[in-house]
Design a protein around this ligand. Structure first.
Ligand code: NDP
Length: 452
């Protein structure tokens, strides 16, 4: 019999923690998991899942407009926010139940309360119960960051946005990253008047420059009032909403202000420093390739480690941890060539190097097309889809794929398989086009638009 109450104690019931707990239990470990809020974490409760459902909701007016162009008699009518909210809440309850059920079936004991470390082998729960564990996994995720400025307490973050009782008439979105751009598109599609401030020269820093420009142009064309090189100086509560003073001199009242200015690792107050765990400058838990901290019994996965902050990555890190420690098969998580999508409208899908990054890595050829797809062209739209391949001039390998357009998230998943396998431009060319589709352009790009 082990000297410990549990073989593994997981702190945090999000994507990474739940996967790690379940797999460890399936490997025969005695596992407990503590979650202070709702099971499922950011992704399920206040992130990817509700966000994507809102993206779908916000797309219908455009589809109804297009349906009219195809001959349908259809009108969008009014969006019933409270009906949507009710359905959304019910769906999140269902998913939370599924997570909880899966943990139970795997034999994981769940504690619905906050847990902190008391020493490298002990956790203490909010109600005072204390348990020893051979291993402790910290999977506490991240938390929205709001900078300090006059009135910063008046703004909301992505944590609150799903809980609004009514649809705001107007919203100011601050930030130029994933969350800001996605919510600008959501509110715009739902009919809220959207203004967006980004402090830099172009939104979506870190993505391919051409793709960023394409998304920004399309967001503006769809009605988002996007201001770059602009930030908030002050926010005040006034009658009818929030008065905002901007660095460009603009003063305006908005129903709501949504801050999406990044997220920080949720590592404070967990007893980590006291247990001797090394944290980075932003509070991220420092781990090795096996997600182990400098304290051998303590591991960490997901956003709290600030490696690649995406749900599927946290899931893989959690799974690899459980296989390594409890399954007798040590393995690292591969963080290379991770495909991802930003659910802007239009979507951005990306895998591999941007043109700017690839230029530093040697000679490259750029293949690109921007075209009006038949479905939306027929409906009278000017918006173009962008497809771009970055090809290594020496090895012929496709180093990066960047797509902007409807379903780019779906398409990049499959392009990601080819890139991960090391496909060359000639492999793409050897694949027969699927006609008529948008994606066929990916295998019919004949001559480079430029080399570098
Ligand atoms: P990001 O780091 O993507 O973006 C933060 C944005 O806020 C940047 O534009 C940044 O500007 C700006 N910013 C930061 N500090 C300030 C400040 N003090 N004043 C004004 N602007 C500021 O964070 P998000 O919150 O959008 O998303 C967090 C993470 O969540 C993402 O990195 C991603 O990993 C994940 N995510 C993934 C999604 C997906 O896969 N579809 C969806 C949503 C989130 P600058 O560029 O100048 O630094």
């Amino acid at each position: 019999m082990s000297q410990f109450d549990y073989d593994l104690f997981v702190i945090g019931g999000g994507s990474g923690g739940v996967r790690a707990g379940r797999i460890a239990a399936e490997h025969g470990a005695r596992v407990a998991l503590a979650e202070e809020y709702r099971m499922g974490g950011t992704c399920v409760i206040r992130g990817c899942v509700p966000k994507k459902l809102m993206v779908y909701a916000s797309g219908y007016p455009g589809q109804i407009h297009d349906a009219q162009q195809y001959g349908w008699e259809a009108t969008a009518g009014r969006f019933d926010w409270s009906k949507f909210r009710g359905k959304l809440d019910a769906e999140l309850d269902r998913l939370e139940g599924a997570y909880r059920g899966n943990l139970g079936r795997s034999g994981v004991t769940v504690y619905d309360q906050r847990a902190v470390l008391s020493d490298p082998h002990r956790v203490t729960l909010a109600d005072g119960q204390s348990f020893s564990a051979a291993h402790i996994l910290v999977a506490t995720g991240g938390w929205p960051f709001v900078p300090d400025f006059p009135g910063s307490d008046l703004v909301m973050t992505s944590n609150e946005v799903f809980k609004l009782d009514e649809q705001p008439e107007s919203v100011l979105v601050v930030g130029g990253g994933y969350i800001a751009c996605e919510f600008a598109g959501i509110f715009n599609g739902l009919g809220t008047k959207v203004t967006q401030f980004y402090r830099g020269a172009q939104i979506l820093r870190g993505f391919d420059d051409e793709a960023r420009g394409h998304v920004a142009d399309a967001m503006r064309a769809r009605g988002i009032d996007l201001h770059v090189g602009c930030n908030v100086m002050e926010v005040k509560q006034v009658e009818g909403g929030l008065w905002v003073k901007a660095t460009n001199g603009m003063e305006q009242v908005f129903s709501k202000v949504l801050y999406a200015t990044g997220r920080v690792p949720n590592s404070a107050g967990l007893g980590l420093e006291e247990a001797g765990v090394v944290l980075g400058r932003n509070g991220e838990i420092k781990v090795d390739d096996y997600s182990q901290t400098n304290i051998p019994s303590i591991y960490a996965v997901g956003d709290v480690t600030d490696r690649v902050n995406l749900t599927p990555v946290a899931i893989r890190e959690g799974h690899a941890f459980a296989d390594t420690v409890f399954g007798g098969t040590p393995r690292k998580t591969d963080h290379e060539l991770i495909p991802s999508a930003v659910f802007t409208q239009p979507e951005l899908g990306t895998v591999g190097l941007t043109e700017e990054e690839a230029r530093d890595a040697g000679p490259i050829e750029i293949y690109a097309a921007a075209f009006r797809p038949m479905q939306t062209l027929f409906a009278g739209h000017d918006e173009r889809v962008m497809m771009k391949l970055i090809v290594c001039g020496n090895t012929r390998k496709v180093l990066g794929v960047h797509l902007v357009g409807d379903h780019a998230g779906e398409l990049i998943q499959l392009a990601g398989v080819a890139v991960k396998m090391g496909a060359t431009k000639e492999d793409f060319d050897a694949t027969v086009a699927v006609h008529p589709t948008m994606a066929e352009e990916l295998v019919t790009l004949k001559t480079p638009v430029r080399t570098a």
